[in-house]
Design a protein around this ligand. Structure first.
Ligand SMILES: Cc1ncc(COP(=O)(O)O)c(C=O)c1O
Length: 384
């Protein structure tokens, strides 16, 4: 049932592209059909700025599976996850505010707050599995702390936070009156029977948690630009007021297709499509993490969620940016620089992201096998 699609990145012919989190799957056919039908039926006019009601309903219904029931009018439809993060940041952050960001996690959490005068405090995740010691979070709290940003499952480490870790984060947030941003873009992609837990489902948390619910990665929607933000009632008006003029909303027919996508998640068919994608990612992770970890000098844990490997290549003594560039030039494998998804720019070598690359497992296993062979050859040729 899974269909593959082709990408249009401008890389040299023969290069294996594992840099961006843009999977080689097509958007499922029933969702594409819904978009085409919406265009034909004339859903080509302005939509309400917060999103069309049928999509907001569909997202509220979908998210209730995590044990928290939101009103559809707490949901804002956004043109992807990046605008959703931007909307939270511009609405909530003042110069001097401190933002606690787990290190490593998605690059934008580190790069955007400083543009608003806020200060990022990286909170280390612990190797090898990149889980949290809550004491490290506590140690970084100050009077200026405003927000904790959580990516669950985590891009790039694949950490799926356990209920007890989330409870510890929740207790700290409540004790210190902090808001929590919970980016749950990869909530459908957890493996080994590990279940996604929504931090907003814990006592006292729905009123202080801003949730990012994907379309982007869940439905292979990367180019469609559709995601959403679930807001505590208390903050909805603030975000609405501060972001009214941004106008970054998905096209009306894309929203119609989004409603189809989220509604299908309560049908046998939609669940089956998602299961096939999850199983395919699982095959890729089981193969690639083990294969890469076996290469002399590389350490790669087997991640629990999302679809990124996060190998440590520091033992080769090359700056990661050179490792990435030379790997592309010499062997035609393009991977992400894993240090960008961490606090290396803030705390340097002390950041757990130091020395990591991030291959996104967005290609089939046979392609990943070839990529691993090339990476191995490349590392053997690095002068000692
Ligand atoms: C955790 C996470 N949040 C947000 C985004 C941004 O999403 P979008 O591409 O929809 O802007 C990404 C993209 O990779 C992501 O991994």
């Amino acid at each position: 049932m899974i269909e593959r699609s082709y990408k249009h990145y401008s890389v040299k012919p023969g290069t294996i592209y594992l840099r961006g989190g843009d999977p080689n799957f097509a958007t499922p056919a029933h969702i594409r059909d819904a978009a085409i039908k919406a265009i034909i039926e004339g859903y080509t006019h302005y939509a309400p700025s917060e999103g069309i009601p049928e999509l907001r309903d569909a997202i509220a219904n979908y998210y209730s599976k995590y044990g928290v029931k939101y009103d559809p009018d707490q949901i804002m439809v956004t043109a992807g996850g990046s605008p959703a993060l931007h909307m939270i940041n511009v609405s909530m952050l003042e110069p001097g505010d401190e933002v606690l960001v787990f290190d490593p996690s998605f690059s934008r959490y580190f790069s955007e707050p400083p543009t608003l005068g806020a200060v990022v405090k990286p909170v280390p995740l612990l190797k090898p599995g990149f889980h949290l010691d809550p004491e490290d979070l506590k140690a970084n709290i100050s009077e200026k702390s405003k927000m904790i940003v959580l990516c669950n499952p985590n891009n790039p480490t694949g950490t799926v936070y356990s209920k007890s870790e989330l409870k510890a984060i929740a207790d700290i947030a409540i004790d210190n009156d902090l808001i929590v941003v919970s980016d749950e873009f990869y909530s459908e992609f957890t493996y080994d029977d590990i279940k996604h837990v929504a931090i907003s489902s814990l006592d006292g948390m729905s009123e202080r948690t801003f949730v990012l619910v994907g379309g982007t990665k869940m439905f292979n929607f990367t180019g469609w630009r559709l995601a959403s933000l679930i807001l505590p009632k208390e903050y909805y008006k603030i975000v609405e007021k501060k972001t009214r003029f941004i106008g970054v909303r998905p096209a009306t027919f894309v929203q119609r297709a989004g409603a189809e996508a989220f509604n299908a998640m309560s049908t046998k068919y939609g669940k089956e499509v998602m299961k096939e994608h999850r199983e395919e990612y699982d095959r890729r992770r089981s193969f690639f993490c083990k294969r890469i970890d076996e290469i002399d000098g590389i350490n790669c844990h087997t991640f629990e969620g999302a679809f990124y490997a996060y190998p440590d290549v520091s033992s080769f003594g090359l700056p990661v940016s050179s490792f990435v560039d030379e790997l592309e030039r010499e062997e035609g494998v393009l991977v992400g620089n894993g240090e960008g998804h961490g606090g290396v720019s803030v705390i340097g070598e002390k950041s757990p992201a130091y020395g990591h690359i991030r291959p996104a497992l967005v290609q089939d296993v046979d392609v990943l096998e070839e990529a691993a062979t090339r990476i191995e050859r490349f590392t053997r040729n690095i002068p000692k």
